[in-house]
Write a protein that binds this ligand. Sequence first.
Ligand code: CTP
Ligand code: MG
Length: 228
Amino acid sequence: MHTEVIVVAAGSGTRMGSRIKKQYLPLAGVPVLVRTLQVLASCPSVDRMVLVVSADDREYVDKHVKDHQISKVGAIVEGGRERQDSVRRGLGALLERTALVAVHDAARPLVTVAEVEAVLRAAEREGAATLGVAVKDTIKRVVNEQVTETLDRRELFAVHTPQAFTRPLLERAHRAAQQQGGISTDDASLVEWVGHPVRMVEGLYSNIKITTPDDLLIAEALWKRRGE
Ligand code: CTP
Ligand code: MG
């Protein structure tokens, strides 16, 4: 199955609060986005990548792709206001023959080849799959600073990317979300909304999303542990 990964990197990184957007901050000396792309490019099942970036960053990203000799980059397109809009723009740049699509956050450079391959295999088999990990903390619902509910931790997973889907299913889910005005921070939710089951593939706790300055410190330590 011809497989493409849409790498979303068009966010503004408000929670990181750095002058340089978090996807371009250095991780062990190399921009986070470049680290992410290097992992994805080395996955045997990934045929092509579509990068989604802000209009202002296109040239900068194009230069990095060339300087770091990253293979499999087929297109660099402009993102949208919400993550979901950026993914939709990415869908528009897939090749005709692409049958399987993964969506990955540029801000998750610590993903491994084995994780990517596992989620792709699951999606090929079942139509939709996401990486995730069992939550370690007890999770409570809080409304106006009052705890209203304690959720059963055994049923809870924190969701990671990549998430992978057969192409027609992901396109249908995005069309439906756009028509109904639904917004979500991940693609699996959109697929759930159209009534298709999503397989949870247990990944590694190390596949963190770089969101706040603390995450960058943790990512540096995790990267060092890899010995690269
Ligand atoms: N993203 C995107 N387009 C958007 C918003 C987010 O491509 N309009 C991407 C980000 O670049 C990131 C991924 O989606 O790689 C996950 O989003 P998040 O971690 O929320 O990043 P930001 O939106 O940039 O950060 P923040 O929410 O703190 O502003
Ligand atoms: Mg965001």
